[in-house]
Design a binder for this molecule. Structure first.
Ligand SMILES: Nc1ncnc2c1ncn2[C@@H]1O[C@H](COP(=O)(O)OP(=O)(O)O)[C@@H](O)[C@H]1O
Ligand SMILES: [Mg+2]
Length: 360
């Protein structure tokens, strides 16, 4: 029997606004194989505009939408390297996410028409609003992919640590639950930007945090935040655990205090993730940029014991590729008329085909 394989590209830029992560993947009805994955960083100026997008005027936002479309198109062309994928699934850049407002609303930009025009490939984008229109939170969307990949195995927690961290609990045939657990790298990135006055954007490898001392009693207090007691489905805007939250608890953040601030944030982030993992789950599989922070990973490994910590790489998905691959898969599903949302995760009323299709 021949297995039909399709090439697809996924484009993802999350709340960290570090850049566009592009993945070229090979898909069949039961498998996903990552051919290549690359993150194309935003310039510091573009990153600044994206992070402050909620404060842009409408003309500025409209222009940013087209500029990001160009950046996404360049990423898609580079990762394809002359190959012709059947579809590009593009998450876009979230500039606002308000699931608890009335009406619930969300905005991802990075114009799909520009991507389709530059690449000549059909693009599926704008996945979140349809889920919201059906009563859901529009997030998280990755659990559908987690279910596809891991439902057949034992209970696992799939954790993605981007700007925000989220978890899917999957196994024994289905998805049990999925939600945003709280902060990911976002608070740590912010502390680094404040202390270095924007010269540095992250704690590479978690090396600064490793030199610091975590304030354990502050972490216990931070874990009492009402968000952690809220029952799923729940999702977060990036600014929820943002500058206001940070500066209220850590002030001033200077080059001298930064290692201790980062060590404390690492422990807080690790513990808030660990508390979202049910006790009967024996394996936690991490993806996203947070998996490259060794200090965070060490804190997480200790916090989830006796469960074991792995990265998605152990299952063939490089840590940065997981979410990008997911959006390639979501786009491919939409193009083939197959449902691609997860009502248990988002709270939407029914199974839906998410995404708007821009023909090649
Ligand atoms: N080498 C690294 N060491 C430590 N942290 C890293 C490294 N590479 C990336 N990160 C962290 O991961 C973030 C990007 O992760 P990503 O999964 O792309 O998140 P998002 O989906 O929010 O864009 C960066 O902002 C940074 O905090
Ligand atoms: Mg990113």
């Amino acid at each position: 029997m021949t297995v039909m394989k399709t090439l697809a590209v996924g484009l993802m830029s999350g709340t960290s606004a570090d850049g566009v992560t592009a993945a070229l993947i090979r898909l069949s009805s039961s498998r996903v194989e990552v051919v290549r994955c690359e993150t194309y960083p935003y310039s510091a100026a573009l990153r600044g505009r994206v992070l402050g997008a909620a404060k842009l005027t409408t003309p500025e936002l409209s222009r940013l939408n087209m500029e990001l479309g160009e950046a996404f198109a360049r990423a898609a062309l580079k990762i394809s390297r002359g190959k012709k994928p059947s579809v590009i699934g593009s998450h876009g850049q979230t500039v606002w996410h308000g699931p608890d407002q009335d009406p619930a609303n969300t905005l991802q930009i990075g114009e799909a028409s520009v991507i389709a025009e530059r690449t000549g490939i059909t693009v599926v984008a704008d996945f979140r609003p349809r889920d919201m229109a059906a009563g859901g939170q529009g997030a998280p969307l990755v659990p559908a992919f987690d279910e596809f990949l891991f439902a057949k195995g034992p209970s696992r927690a799939l954790v993605n640590i981007g700007g925000i961290a989220n978890v899917s609990i999957v196994g024994n045939g289905s998805l049990r639950s999925a939600f945003d657990t709280g902060p990911g790298n976002g608070l740590m990135d912010l502390a680094v930007r404040i202390a270095t006055k924007g010269r540095s954007h992250m704690d590479a490898g978690g090396r600064m945090a490793r030199r610091g001392w975590a304030n354990a009693s502050l972490v216990e207090r931070l874990l009492k935040h009402p968000y952690f007691r809220k029952r799923p489905p729940k999702s977060l805007d990036k600014d929820f655990f943002g500058e206001k939250f940070l500066l209220k608890r850590f002030h001033p953040i200077t080059l001298a205090s930064l290692p201790d601030v980062l060590a404390t944030l690492c422990l807080f982030t690790a513990r808030s993730i660990a508390e979202s993992v049910p006790h009967d789950v024996h394996e936690v599989v991490v993806s996203g940029g947070g998996a490259l922070n060794a200090t965070l990973m060490r804190a997480l490994a200790l916090s989830i014991e006796p469960a074991r910590l792995k990265t998605s790489k152990a299952y063939g998905l490089p840590v940065m590729a997981k979410e990008a691959a997911c959006f390639a898969w979501l786009g491919w599903r939409a193009l083939n008329g197959k449902p691609n949302n997860c009502p248990q995760a988002t709270g939407s009323r029914r199974r839906l085909i998410l995404g708007k299709i821009v023909p090649s």
